[in-house]
Design a binder for this molecule. Sequence first.
Ligand code: NAD
Length: 473
Amino acid sequence: MSELDARQIERMKDILERQKQAFKQDRHRPLARRKADLDAIATLCRSHADAIAQAISDDFGHRAQEESVIAEIAFVIQDAAHAKKHLARWSKTRKVGVPLTLMPGRAEIRREPKGVVGIVSPWNYPFQLAMAPLVAALAAGCRAMIKPSEYTPALAELMKSLLGDVFDTDQVAVITGGPTVGQAFTGLTFDHLFYTGSTQVGRLVALAAADNLVPVTLELGGKSPAIVTPDYPIASAAKSIGWGKHFNAGQTCVAPDYALVPAGQEDALAAALIDVVQTQFPDAATDSAYTAIVSDRHYDRLTAMIDQARDAGLRVIQPDHDADAARAGRRIAPTLVINPPLDHPLMQEEIFGPVLPILGYDSLDDALALVTGRDHPLALYVYALDKALANHVLDETLSGGAGVNINLLHLSVPDLPFGGIGASGQGAYHGEAGFLTFTHERSVFRTGKWHPSQLLAPPYGKLYERISQRQMK
Ligand code: NAD
């Protein structure tokens, strides 16, 4: 272990203790202070928007500024505003009914902050995926420690400094470092651990959390299909899929990973997609709207997949672009691969880049069998004009979230819980779901000094018999 990692690990243990002590002394952060915390986040976003977008771009080699504004900074501002607006309702104690046999008494659910939470975030939306969980944690009245990805060090340092200016370390702290620090971080006894990243590391995080019985939310990945049904115009499907697939150059957990079209329509979809990307990015190698691949390692993995497809004799289609300039800028032009076999890496691993396999299906049932024969994806997109057909696809499949005739944007609807299922994750956040993730719903039953239930205690007699018989009906 490096000296730097060792120092970070000591620092995080110390901060955890301090946050726990601070939480003990201030367990019920008043709503006014929570709202002020949320305002502080929104202000931080607005006043440092340029610096945040620049740091992300420095980390990626190039990140389209428009993408950083809309998907990172504005997203967090909206998220904080939504939480602030609904906080009073979300945090209210709920009264629930009491059965006759337990009367008289009052039952209620108190929504209480869990305590100190750990947030581990990935590199692909390094600001949003650290700050949106933080918004939910602060709204719930928790304290938080964030471990950002080592692939976005400039943004991680900036977040550390910006959050450090606004919050005391005993309320919010950023711990930088890579997998070694991540491993130690996820082994801490948080009151909740919130992890976003790959399914592979998610398993390790779940194990680490289990050791301390720390409740854990896992926001993982997977292969999200886009299913185009026979009645849907191919050009419209291409417009939507082309946008969602190439936003952030495909480095999006809910990007369409592969497309399924009626057999014989593969070329039509490919041609329509090439039209779309050429309009959006006239030269993907240099266009400022097109984002680079985050690191050499990720670039090499994606180009190896494309080479493997070519070597296997598959049809690989790209728009005209300056290949040398693309390589120099660590960019990969939008790439379509027609009908790769299901055992090809493109159909085995989450792609997480601008490469889209297009597969033809003979019947919609075949397409659904392909989808349901795999792990539940994080998202599923169906393109269908016929509502009943869209519902049929939803009914026959299971995924974290879904879009009908649209992709990606279900995660921007603040009241939709966002999360996966099975291998794509567990738990959810955004809106009230996020608030509840960091909240303990504490059940309280109140009675007076004397309660009829005392009559049911041993020695058991006639009253017990009568009541238990009624309860057994
Ligand atoms: P990753 O799993 O490699 O890293 C995520 C975080 O985990 C980083 O902070 C990293 O330092 C840390 N980490 C690495 N090894 C660790 C270990 N052994 N123990 C504890 N922490 C460790 O993921 P990534 O490459 O940054 O992100 C890409 C993946 O994340 C994709 O699979 C994508 O689908 C998924 N993702 C999911 C969502 C979602 O909301 N569900 C959002 C974005 C990305």
